[in-house]
Ligand binder design. Structure first.
Ligand code: C2E
Ligand code: MG
Ligand code: MG
Length: 382
């Protein structure tokens, strides 16, 4: 598969695209020669069939092709630098018939592209397993949202000053009927790639508001908003609808976003964040310190809470570096009048370090694991 062929076609025109395809065909002929047969398979894809070829030789041929591409292509007035991605499968180990071999070579191609293009990948059966799991998760997700397989757990965020629960973070759980529990770190990126994240966020939003409305006192609920959801202009309207329907005051809802939302900021994210703040929600910056940290946005956005990533707390007892970073963040946040949450507190020692760094809050297994909403109501009361 020629990498980014569509871009070449779109920017230089179909005539140049056609010329490139012919030049690639010539070059493949030069490389493969008598070792196999070449066919254009459609679009920018070529298939090469080499009889009596083992995996080592297949890898060699693939590498020769990729090296040959590196010379570039002279097409009249244009000198084009094009690269290729290659996937290969070997009979009979990788498949017994044409269909299966082609399908598996295609999976290997997909892998080569995913690893950054301009390279060759061999099929192997773990690729197939990964693909099957991905496929099951994709089909399962559509059913899960409608069929009540998703559930929210809540983890308390505790004030260091008095030990009270200030807020609880809603964490999504999915029990797949066949695959068992699937962690959010696995299924949320897939939901994003399927365009399902907005519907999912809306579901979480509603369930979290319903739960929080039943808790005593002023305890807030925090939900995680993935960057893809922040691109949806419907988010503020959905938030208002959820607040009105459940009767939860806006000040008791906190949205957690990560630094990655500032990566390709189109102005849209900015607008939506400000609109959410106008409604009266609180904003938290999640996993602070692990993203593409730039302190400039602490100046332009008023975040209410900074949540320091658990990786810093995990090493804090052993590493003076982690201690220095955590202490600096504690000072910074205090001067900017933000609350600070130390995530992933598991030991009394880590708790002590969070105190010494001047954090206002902690969250972690030491206080409580994520639990169902009924348990939270009891914990708050206690
Ligand atoms: P996060 O927002 O940073 O959530 C904190 C994660 O740390 C949770 O993992 C929580 O269970 C875990 N954790 C809490 N205390 C401890 C501790 O003491 N030790 C350790 N080792 N871990 C602790 P979880 O539930 O697996 O969620 C992982 C990530 O998935 C979350 O990271 C969040 O980014 C994402 N996520 C979860 N629920 C949602 C959701 O409803 N929507 C979106 N968009 N993302 C979600
Ligand atoms: Mg979070
Ligand atoms: Mg976090």
């Amino acid at each position: 598969d020629i990498d980014r062929f569509k871009e070449i076609n779109d920017s230089l025109g179909h005539m140049v695209g056609d010329q490139l395809l012919r030049a690639v065909a010539d070059r493949l002929n030069e490389v493969v020669q008598g070792r196999g047969r070449i066919a254009r398979f459609g679009g920018d894809e070529f298939v090469i069939i080499c009889p009596d070829t083992d995996r080592v030789t297949a890898a060699l041929i693939a590498q020769e092709i990729i090296s040959y591409f590196a010379h570039g292509f002279d097409l009249g007035e244009h000198h084009l630098q094009a690269t290729a991605s290659i996937g290969y499968a070997v009979a009979p180990q990788d498949g017994r018939d044409m269909d299966e071999l082609m399908q598996h070579a295609d999976l290997a191609l997909y892998e080569a592209k995913g690893k950054g293009r301009n390279r060759a990948s061999s099929f192997n059966w773990s690729l197939k397993e990964r693909f099957n799991r991905l496929h099951e998760i994709e089909t399962g997700l559509r059913r899960a949202l409608a069929g009540g397989e998703l559930m929210l757990l809540f983890q308390p965020i505790v004030a260091l000053e008095n030990g009270h629960i200030d807020a609880c973070e809603a964490l999504l759980r999915w029990h797949h009927p066949v695959l068992g529990p699937i962690p959010p770190s696995e299924f949320i990126p897939i939901a994003e790639s399927m365009g399902m994240i907005e519907a999912m966020t809306d579901w979480v939003l509603r369930q979290a508001c319903i739960a929080a409305a039943s808790w005593p006192g002023e305890v807030r609920v925090a939900i995680n908003i993935s960057p893809a959801s922040l691109k949806s202009t419907e988010l503020p309207a959905n938030v208002i609808a959820a607040l009105l329907e459940t009767g939860l005051p806006a000040r008791r809802l906190e949205l957690e976003v990560t630094e990655s939302i500032f990566l390709d900021d189109s102005g849209q994210t900015n607008m939506i964040l400000r609109e959410l703040q106008r409604i009266g929600l609180r904003l938290a910056l999640d996993d602070f310190g692990t993203g593409y940290s730039s302190l400039s946005y602490l100046r332009s956005y008023r975040f209410d809470t900074l949540k320091v990533d658990q990786s810093f707390m995990a090493g804090i007892s052993a590493n003076p570096e982690d201690r220095a970073i955590v202490r600096a963040i504690g000072n910074l946040a205090r001067d900017l009048k933000m609350d600070t949450v130390a995530e992933g507190i598991e030991t009394p020692d880590q708790l002590q370090h969070a105190r010494e760094a001047g954090f206002t809050n902690v969250q972690g297994y030491l206080c409580s694991r994520p639990v169902p909403t009924e348990c939270i109501a009891e914990m708050i009361a206690a």
